[in-house]
Design a protein around this ligand. Structure first.
Ligand code: CTP
Length: 406
């Protein structure tokens, strides 16, 4: 993916041991298509060399407002005018205090003060000891910087270089990258609460065996990420899959269709959008055995009989909330053939305004997919693409439809 293609990021480093992670972050930003201009404070140079950052960014590193390489001798103006964002990672407690007061006694803070507020967003990735992070002065500074328009990213939790354990570590480079990418996505679902089901369900035959299906959960997880990037609060009810939870998404793990129904019913009252991507098992063994079913040596096989599972999507869509404007329901259809006809019939059967068809065998486990959106107005094709790209387009389509119905 090239989610940052065309973006020019000024990456500011301030003094802290987390500077070693800025090297990896710089690479990750470039890999995602951005160009990166590094600016370092004198304190940062105690932790990592300009040589390292120059080699990784493929550009001269700036560190002084008296840098004569700029013909007009105004690096603070030149560097900030060409940036799509200034990202300070790591941002020390001291530097946050400095930004807060509009101090400008070295290049990086001078540049932050001189940036056009409406054009160049300031992104801050704090990194400090847990006591410093918890200190009332830092709490005040975070609140004020946010009020002044900066975006202050979360901190990580865990072992710190000082030997203590707690909040205040810088996020991992991949997490910061995800947050930067999310920052640039349009906030089409701000204020919404999206509930998503994803993955297969597992229906027990006995304590060691069960039936399930080939759904990987990737499409549903991509939708969660896209909804979060679009500014929504997101709750994911996931069947048994081992995928990492997208950043900022609350996850509830379940196993069977009945567990999934219960979790969804608990979460649905707070949701404003419900997207059912889970490949819910249609049937479960009628009588799951409490103990492992043993072979008796006769060659006889166990008699399995099945009962139908509850239809989670239909239950939610046909509930009073699903029938009202308070909850917008989106179904998926995993088909093997006749996609359009099956998707249209399924939309009516489930009672949902929007149904998204895909060919199950062509997409299960893959990183790409092709979608067919069916609503009361008509049909829209989404050509084969990565699941994340399709998820972002689908979220945009959902936002348009929600706005249209008021
Ligand atoms: N679904 C659900 N609960 C079920 C079955 C399906 O919530 N017990 C949801 C799926 O998450 C999906 C939609 O309903 O959003 C359609 O699922 P699909 O498996 O394609 O269809 P089925 O309802 O199982 O119908 P059929 O077996 O006839 O294709």
């Amino acid at each position: 993916m090239n989610d940052l293609a065309g973006k020019h990021i000024v990456l500011g480093l301030t003094g802290g041991i987390a500077c070693y992670k800025a090297a990896e972050l710089c690479r990750a930003l470039i890999k995602e298509g951005a160009t990166v201009q590094v600016v370092m404070t004198a304190a940062a140079e105690h932790f990592i060399t300009t040589v390292t950052m120059q080699a990784l960014s493929q550009r001269m590193v700036y560190g002084s407002q008296w840098d004569a390489r700029e013909p007009n001798n105004m690096p603070h103006i030149n560097l900030s005018r060409e940036a799509d964002a200034i990202l300070i990672a790591p941002c020390s407690a001291d530097f946050m205090a400095k930004l807060l007061h509009g101090r400008a006694d070295e290049l990086l803070s001078l540049m932050c003060l001189a940036r056009p507020l409406d054009k160049v967003p300031l992104l801050i990735a704090p990194a400090m000891n847990r006591e410093m992070w918890a200190h009332p002065a830092t709490r005040r500074n975070v609140a004020q910087l946010t009020a002044d328009g900066a975006t202050v990213f979360d901190v990580g939790q865990g072992d710190q270089a000082c030997g203590e354990t707690g909040d205040g570590r810088i996020l991992e480079p991949q997490e910061l990258l995800d947050d930067v990418i999310a920052f640039f996505q349009p906030k089409t679902l701000a204020g919404q609460h999206v509930l998503v089901t994803a993955g297969p369900t597992y229906e027990a035959i006995d304590p060691v065996r069960g039936i399930t299906n080939l759904s990987s959960g990737k499409m549903g997880f991509a939708i969660c990420r896209a909804a979060r990037e679009a500014g929504a609060e997101v709750t994911l009810v996931a069947g048994p899959v081992s995928l990492a939870t997208p950043r900022g998404v609350r996850r509830v793990d379940v196993r069977s269709a009945r567990d999934m129904l219960q979790a969804v019913q608990e979460e649905a009252p707070a949701a404003t959008v419900f997207i059912a991507t889970a490949a819910v098992a249609d049937w479960r063994p009628a009588n799951a055995a409490d103990q492992k079913i043993k072979k008796d040596g006769s060659g006889r096989t166990p008699e399995l009989s099945f009962v139908e599972n509850p239809d989670i999507l239909a239950a939610v869509a046909q509930s009073p909330r699903g029938q009202s404007r308070a909850l917008y329901c989106v179904g998926f259809a995993a088909e093997s053939h006749d996609l359009l006809a099956n998707a249209q019939a399924k939309r009516l059967r489930k009672g949902v305004p929007l149904l998204v068809g895909n060919i199950g065998p062509a997409t299960f486990g893959q990183d790409d997919n092709a979608l067919l959106l069916v609503d009361e107005v008509g049909v829209k094709d989404m050509a084969r693409d990565t699941k994340l790209s399709l998820a972002r387009k689908l979220i945009a389509e959902i936002a348009i439809r929600m706005r249209a119905r008021g």
